[in-house]
Write a protein that binds this ligand. Sequence first.
Ligand code: KG4
Ligand code: ZN
Length: 312
Amino acid sequence: MISSQAALHAAYGGVVPEVAARHHLENICPVIEKAMADAGTTFPELDAVAVTQGPGLVGALLVGVQVAKSIAFVHGKPLVPVHHIAGHLEAPSLGADVPFPALALVVSGGHTSLFEMAARGQYHLLGRTRDDAAGEAFDKVAKLLGLGYPGGPVIDRLSEGANDRAHEFTIARIKDGRPDFSFSGVKTAVLYHVRREGIAPVADPAAAPAEIRDLVASFQRAVVTALLRKLKEAAQARRPRSLILTGGVAANRRLRRDAATLAEELGLPLFVPPIALSTDNAAMIAAAGQVAFEQGRRGGWDLDADPHLPLG
Ligand code: KG4
Ligand code: ZN
């Protein structure tokens, strides 16, 4: 059950924290009631209540934490705090038996990180973005070109069939040997290109001219290439038994295709959750919550949202 606010924030070209918190407050109880009714279950039947403790926008997190605490308190259920990224990392295990150790690339609007998982519930951070997240770069480039919010899906669509070799956007390699990412450079390169060529934002993304479609396809190729290069290098160094691709940007068709090719080349199985479980959802939080519950993790009644909660 997903109550998306994307259309609401589209008018502003990005998420407005205050608006997000207010709409969480309005929607959280109806969403829970509908999910429980659809599942044909009741609160007393639950084993535990899992909730995203962080990271994220504090206003939105607070709504979830308070509601989860209330349900757990009233029904005498254990409360299990979950890290948002743990949710993305556990999403593939909802539908498959992932062999571990796994190498997991998490690409979303707020995160671009590479994790090694020795087992479910065990997250070792290998590398992360030093500036923008991959999804953030998609969103900023889309905004620049008048393509709307969120930008990833539009760029994905416009790139299909376009010339991704029209421009060479290179992504700086981080030289200190860490598998870190950097995406602010490529976004700036697109910005300079747009200024130099005097490209105007489009009024209707569906009618974007070839010039823009080729531009976003070239940008997308650069981002996908940089992501998979790190995944490949890490796979060769760490020798995992499987690869995981997860997070909102994992919905990207080019990334999915190229990741599948890479996995085949490496002779490793690749696990990518279906799109509904790649972008933010509560099922992945339940999956991470189940593992954390079995590990004995519990939140007290003083559990607080943490917008900068670390993982791994
Ligand atoms: O995981 P997610 O739903 O939320 C966060 O935790 O951030 O990821 C949202 C991000 C946005 O930046 C959005 O533009 C991007 O995922 N995204 C995509 C696609 N679908 C969503 N990026 C590229 N291609 C897509 N098809
Ligand atoms: Zn997310």
